[in-house]
Design a protein around this ligand. Sequence first.
Ligand code: TYD
Length: 134
Amino acid sequence: MISLPRIEDGRGNLTFIEGGRHVDFSIERVYYLYDVPGGAERGGHAHKVLHQLLIAMSGSFDVVIDDGREKQRVHLNRSYNGLYICPMIWRELDNFSSGSVCMVLASEMYDETDYYRDYREFLSNADRNSSPVS
Ligand code: TYD
């Protein structure tokens, strides 16, 4: 979890993110999930080389991260916290609150060949010697 800078102000708070400073990658793409219906699940894949930072810009949701050995459920509900996800982590997003927005900063342009969408294929390529999710 990355704590992002917060400029607190009576007029409203401000958070900023600089590529290469607050995240260890240069930001090549931004996308966001919104209007997610109650009970919906997103994700369900891993990436081969993509680095990402997920932020709950509004509302809240859960991210289940899985390195092939251990799973951890993380609740995101603050727009000044980002969940960094390195390559080769299976992720599932659920428990979206009404009106929630998930913004994702990504290190690469969209590339479907970077996805593992099959869990068994992901598992067979996950490095069994890597450190567990901490
Ligand atoms: P996907 O990554 O599977 O969404 P999620 O992980 O949120 O469930 O993408 C859903 C669709 O959107 C899929 O057809 C690919 C397309 N897409 C793009 O065209 N560009 C993008 O940057 C992203 C993230 C997805």
